[in-house]
Design a protein around this ligand. Structure first.
Ligand code: 4AD
Ligand code: MG
Length: 466
């Protein structure tokens, strides 16, 4: 039986135009183009000249079974309307290999390439899966404020928010800037984490999560850090650290499985891209698994749970440490772990995702629950291959006196945290939560190597173009 012919109209952008005959058109819905076959002798000259890579076209014609290889169907074109052309002399995205660095400078146009459209579709699918997971597990979506007076992580890496005249700010009697005259009547900054505010809602709604932008003015020019990034922070009343780790693992597996099931074409493309990229690397630096295999591995295997103390023993005695191959040698218990150590544990020692827990109190934030030993806290970090830390979380200190002591020891003014302390005065309970760096998740799921390539318009030191 002959297939039914179907009249169609499509809109999209030209990816390539070959032999004055084959237009590969893409509308962004998928990585696959639709091939449109034109009879150039029937086209007006003016139209033919405007069909270039990047032009926006409306094409009408008949959908037929394709004669050529590479696609099942194609459009036999009867009419072309040029929405807007793209001059090949000046349009930067030509059908050839562009470096990711070059494309970063054209971030407004790079989304028109296969790589970036695939990455951003996966990003969008992951965001949807995250909301779906929490919805299905009876969490409420909580919107944390973006402007805040608190420094949740106590790291002091914040962007100030002020309307004061920087050249001529009002001064107080001590000759310091008088923030009482500022917009909010106090010092404010962009939030580094919505956790403290989320805790207030967890202590009434039970299970909540944030999913919003967070800001850190840390001057780390690495492939894993952004100054503006998105974070997902679930916070649960009546959860201890074990329940917190169970949730984090289940959650990550769910969202990765979601993209495996729903983004197959894009993942296939990204897997090929990664294989290509790795061809130029020495064997030792290539990943052992292809992208899709790696994502399946995450979904199908348990994360390894290891205490900080066990991890330090492993690191102290490992070859690279003894041979002084680490930039920071691990000598004793209490050392903060650097990304090189985290990656050694995950990639060389355990060869699977690792959840490290029970860290020394003095390298972690003030709000984490103190263990009975008096020196470790109920913290947990999830470490991923190729990424390092992807999640940071903890059981929160719910005992008012213990929390007050920790705050005092760190020299934080109790008055600034009056509302946070109130949670421990009125109906306090065991509770826990964690933060997942969204871009680090997207990095992992897409196999990209630089965090600047998985967010539409990256903000990093010396860079806020667009
Ligand atoms: O470990 P962090 O600092 O934890 C918190 O902010 C807690 N308040 C979370 C919580 O318990 N609710 O950050 C959490 C995660 C990190 O594991 C990392 O994935 C990501 O946020 N992250 C960054 N991602 C990109 N660029 C940066 N500069 C990041 N800093 C942290
Ligand atoms: Mg952390």
């Amino acid at each position: 039986m002959a297939p039914k012919l179907q009249e169609v109209t499509v809109n999209g952008w030209v990816r390539t135009f070959r032999s004055n005959r084959f237009i590969a058109l893409n509308d962004g819905s998928t990585i696959n183009n639709i091939q449109c076959v034109v009879d150039f002798e029937k086209l007006e000259d003016g139209v033919l000249k405007k069909i270039n890579t990047g032009s926006a076209l409306k094409i009408s014609g008949t959908l037929v079974e394709s004669q050529g290889r590479g696609q099942n169907v194609e459009i036999q074109v009867s009419n072309i309307f040029v929405h807007g052309d793209a001059d090949p002399e000046t349009y930067p995205i030509q059908p050839k290999k562009h470096s990711l660095e070059f494309l970063r400078e054209k971030a407004h146009l790079r989304i028109r390439t296969n790589t970036f459209s695939a990455v951003m579709r996966v990003r969008s699918a992951l965001a949807f899966a995250i909301h779906q997971y929490f919805r299905q597990n009876d969490f409420h979506y909580f919107h944390a404020p973006i402007i805040t007076g608190s420094d949740a992580e106590g790291a002091g890496e914040m962007f100030k928010v002020t309307t004061l005249d920087s050249k001529n700010p009002p001064l107080n009697e001590e000759g310091e800037v008088n923030y009482k005259e500022d917009f909010f009547g106090k010092e404010t900054n962009l939030t580094v984490s919505g956790q403290l505010e989320a805790e207030t809602y967890a202590m009434a709604l039970g299970k909540v999560y944030t999913f919003g932008p967070t800001f850190r003015a840390e001057n780390s020019n690495t492939s894993r850090h952004l100054a503006e990034f998105w974070m997902i922070e679930p916070e649960m009343a009546f959860y201890d650290l074990d329940a917190n780790m169970d949730l984090a693992e289940d959650f990550i597996k769910y969202v990765i499985n979601y993209v495996l099931e729903n983004c197959n074409d894009d993942l296939q493309f990204l897997e090929k891209r990664l294989l290509d990229e790795e061809k130029s690397k020495p064997q030792a630096e290539r990943s052992e698994m292809a992208l899709i295999e790696k994502l399946k591995f995450i979904c199908e295997n348990n994360f390894k749970r290891v205490s900080y103390t066990e991890a330090i023993d492993i690191l102290r005695n490992c070859k690279p440490n003894k041979k002084k191959k680490f930039q920071y040698t691990i000598d004793e218990w209490g050392a903060d772990l650097q990304s090189e150590h985290e990656r050694y544990l995950v990639e060389k020692h355990f060869k699977c995702p690792v959840i490290l827990f029970d860290y020394p109190a003095n390298i972690k934030a003030f709000y984490m629950r103190l263990n009975e030993d008096g020196k470790t806290v109920r913290a947990m970090d999830i470490l991923f291959p190729g990424i390092g830390e992807i999640v940071g979380g903890s059981q929160r200190e719910e005992r008012l006196d213990v929390l007050k002591d920790k705050i005092a020891a760190l020299g934080i003014d109790e008055k600034e945290l009056w509302w946070y302390l109130d949670l421990r005065k009125f109906g306090s309970a065991v509770h826990s939560g964690f933060g997942l760096g969204f871009e680090r998740l997207v990095l992992f799921a897409t196999g990209m190597g630089n965090i600047r390539d998985v967010i539409p318009f990256p903000r990093t030191p010396q860079n806020a173009e667009f």
